[in-house]
Ligand binder design. Structure first.
Ligand SMILES: Nc1ncnc2c1ncn2[C@@H]1O[C@H](COP(=O)(O)OP(=O)(O)O)[C@@H](O)[C@H]1O
Ligand SMILES: [Mg+2]
Length: 193
């Protein structure tokens, strides 16, 4: 769940800040990685670099604070994981795992709003947010979804400006830009963006 092995190249050094629409988010993420206080909410279209920046924060934090617990989780996967491991007969192990998630020193919640929630999963997600809100624990949230896809009681906490720095990425899909370059190299012309 917090396995970042596939993402080790998503560092700040590997992030191109010159792409239009990303410089505020890059600077906010870099600042946050140095002083992870409160919450950081990265919001914007698919492919704009939100996950890359969230991973870069996690990697920088782990390098600086190797003994602290960082959890990186994609929200739908996190809820699947909680559902799969929930066993009413073995409540203690489950509770410990849940406590480890909601109490992590740094929690990255990637792709909020893409989950298909059941009432149970919605409650669990709310409990995670509410705990981290009350304790003001460092949390990075990314989403490409319209705010109406996010539950009200979660959204009101995320948008509390006393706690959260909200940054909107107004960038085109990086993957498509690269594809345009590749096609251009083959002499087939660029994709229009
Ligand atoms: N500014 C950038 N510089 C370098 N790579 C980028 C940049 N923006 C996005 N990428 C790369 O493009 C891909 C999609 O970015 P990602 O962070 O997953 O987007 P999002 O989470 O906003 O949908 C990833 O491989 C990421 O590393
Ligand atoms: Mg993403």
């Amino acid at each position: 769940m917090s396995n970042l092995d596939a993402f080790l190249d998503r560092t700040f050094d590997d992030f191109d800040q010159s792409i239009p629409g990303v410089s505020d988010a890059f600077q906010a993420a870099l600042d946050y990685s140095r002083t992870p206080e409160g919450w950081l909410f990265l919001h914007g279209r698919c492919g704009g670099g939100k996950t890359h920046l969230a991973v870069a924060i996690a990697l920088a934090f782990m390098e600086r604070q190797p003994h602290q617990r960082v959890l990186f989780s994609v929200v739908p996967d996190l809820l699947d994981h909680l559902r799969a491991t929930f066993d009413p007969g073995h409540g203690v192990a489950y509770d410990e795992r849940f406590d480890a998630i909601r109490g992590a020193q740094l929690l990255i919640l990637d792709d909020l709003g893409t989950e298909n929630t059941t009432p149970w999963a919605r409650e669990k997600l709310y409990q995670i947010f509410n705990h981290r809100y009350n304790e003001q624990l460092p949390t990075v949230i990314t989403s490409n979804q319209d705010f109406k896809r996010i539950e009200d009681r979660v959204l009101s906490r995320i948008l509390d400006t006393r706690l959260t720095r909200y940054v909107h990425l107004d960038a085109d899909d990086f993957r498509l830009q690269r594809r345009g370059e590749m096609l251009g190299m083959r002499g087939r012309g660029r994709l229009s963006s």
